[in-house]
Design a protein around this ligand. Structure first.
Ligand code: ADP
Ligand code: NG1
Length: 434
């Protein structure tokens, strides 16, 4: 296909994987650690550097049209998350890191098999893959941590205010182990998953593109406002506080204490923008221009109590999950499953990032033998991850297939990528011709 598109052959190939987040949802952008693993599915790009300053992109999937631009005038349209814009995020991130305004051109053919908009990070895999392609064309070197940080920052050019989980695991993943990803400074620690059980991904087949809606950024902004109100309540300099984790570290208290402080400082009724302004002593204009993102300026209510409660409790569950994996008691699988179930309940009730199909799929997975099941990734659609005892795997897959995917009222086209067991996969790689 490369040959028929560009009339030449690729000089090298780059792959970057998607991921499944086992536990720790919507807390990376609040500064808290998360526990993902890379999946086998990935983005693969065939590349030929060229002497002209033209960047030509093609895709093996006809859903994604060809695109061409000058490599020294990269424009990323935040209002339309077209596929090539994700490539441009990675490209621009590396270009800016090295302070280059003129880059050589390249021909690229992209091939991806991560289900899009399903919580398995197809977008970040594309951004990371494009970043590594650009680095390789330039003949420069960066550490995996630097690459992950650059790509996390540059994916925000698409308009979403994500944390760094997806880009970090795409670069730092290693086959056979999940990772605890910690931020500021970014680091990844192996987490040995229990033997005797497998993680199964099931796609609800409801797609949710983060950049095309404001759901995701509203949550980021609610957490930001909650952090500011909590900081102000406890007499901290709240102006520069952006993340809930900063409040905890500045106060030097435990996550459990942060839950009590949230109870005291915030009320469960939604906050209007006017009330937020009164609490912080700022004008509506300041709230809009100095705190909120462009696509959240007209949000009528903010649920600060619920979001903060989710974040602090989910951050604690991640640490408990890791501890149980390390200590490996006899009932490890049951204990991990309970934490996953609690995580789903908190995502559904406090963070409101589930949807009826995901809730139903989680129930079906539990009914047919999962010790724990939860939505994974941003939510509002996409996939669930379930912890299933290995001896129940075959019957689990058959029963879930029948109960969720074969219902005539659902009209789903079931594909192999919709329901599968997964193991921790390796991170991004460059394949050079010998
Ligand atoms: P995810 O949770 O998978 O990261 P997003 O909604 O953030 O979902 O991003 C999905 C977008 O990523 C798609 O709309 C598309 O623009 C891009 N994308 C995903 N897979 C591919 C692919 N194989 N080729 C090109 N672009 C892709
Ligand atoms: P996905 O599942 O790729 O939409 C998003 C964010 C993550 C994280 C999760 C929720 C991006 C690129 N990714 O992931 O950083 O916040 O949601 O845990 O914004």
């Amino acid at each position: 296909m490369f040959n028929s598109k560009f009339g030449s052959i690729p000089k090298f190939y780059v792959r970057a994987p998607g991921r499944v987040n086992i536990i720790g949802e919507h807390i990376d952008y609040c500064g808290y650690s998360v526990l993902p693993m890379a999946v086998e599915q990935d983005m693969l790009i065939a590349v030929e550097p060229v002497k002209t300053q033209t960047l030509q992109l093609a895709n093996t999937n006809p859903l994604y049209p060809d695109f061409s631009t000058s490599s020294n005038n990269i424009q990323i349209d935040k209002t339309k998350p077209l596929w090539h814009n994700y490539f441009l995020c990675g490209f621009k991130g590396i270009q800016e890191h090295f302070g280059l305004s003129n880059l050589t051109g390249m021909n690229c053919l992209v091939d991806g098999n991560i289900p899009p908009s399903s919580g398995l990070s197809s977008s970040s895999a594309l951004v990371c893959c494009a970043g590594l392609v650009t680095l390789t064309v330039l003949g420069m070197n960066l550490s995996k941590v630097e690459l992950a940080e650059i790509c996390a920052k540059s994916e925000r050019y698409i308009g979403t205010e994500g944390g760094g989980m997806d880009q970090s695991i795409s670069f730092l993943a290693e086959e056979g182990t999940a990772k605890l990803i910690e931020f500021s400074p970014l680091r990844a620690t192996d987490v040995k998953l229990p033997s005797g059980a497998v993680f199964v991904i099931a796609n609800s087949c409801v797609e949710m593109n983060k950049a095309a809606t404001s759901h995701f950024n509203i949550r980021v902004m609610e957490c930001r406002l909650a952090a500011k109100l909590l900081a102000k309540y406890r007499g901290l300099q709240w102006g520069k506080v952006l993340r809930l984790e900063e409040v905890q570290s500045k106060l030097g208290v435990s996550l459990e204490e942060m839950l009590w402080i949230t109870e005291d400082a915030l009320h469960p009724e939604p906050y209007s923008p006017e009330e937020v302004c009164r609490c912080l002593g700022i004008s509506l204009q300041e709230l809009r221009t100095q705190i909120l993102s462009p696509n959240t300026q007209d949000v009528p209510i903010f649920k600060l109590y619920q979001r903060a409660k989710h974040v602090y409790s989910e951050a604690a569950r991640v640490l408990q999950f890791k501890k149980i994996c390390e200590e490996a008691p006899d009932d490890t699988v049951q204990l991990l499953g309970e934490l996953m179930n609690q995580s789903h309940a908190s995502c559904r009730d406090m963070y409101e990032c589930s949807c009826p199909e995901l809730d139903q799929l989680v129930d079906i997975c539990r009914k047919f033998g999962a010790q724990g099941s939860r939505l994974t990734g941003a939510g509002w659609g996409g996939c669930t991850v379930s912890l299933v005892p290995a001896d129940k795997l075959t019957s689990f897959l058959a029963n879930v297939h029948q109960a969720y995917y074969q219902r005539s009222d659902r009209n789903l086209t079931f594909e192999k990528q919709s329901l599968f067991a997964t193991k921790p996969g390796g991170g991004a790689l460059v394949f050079l011709e010998a």
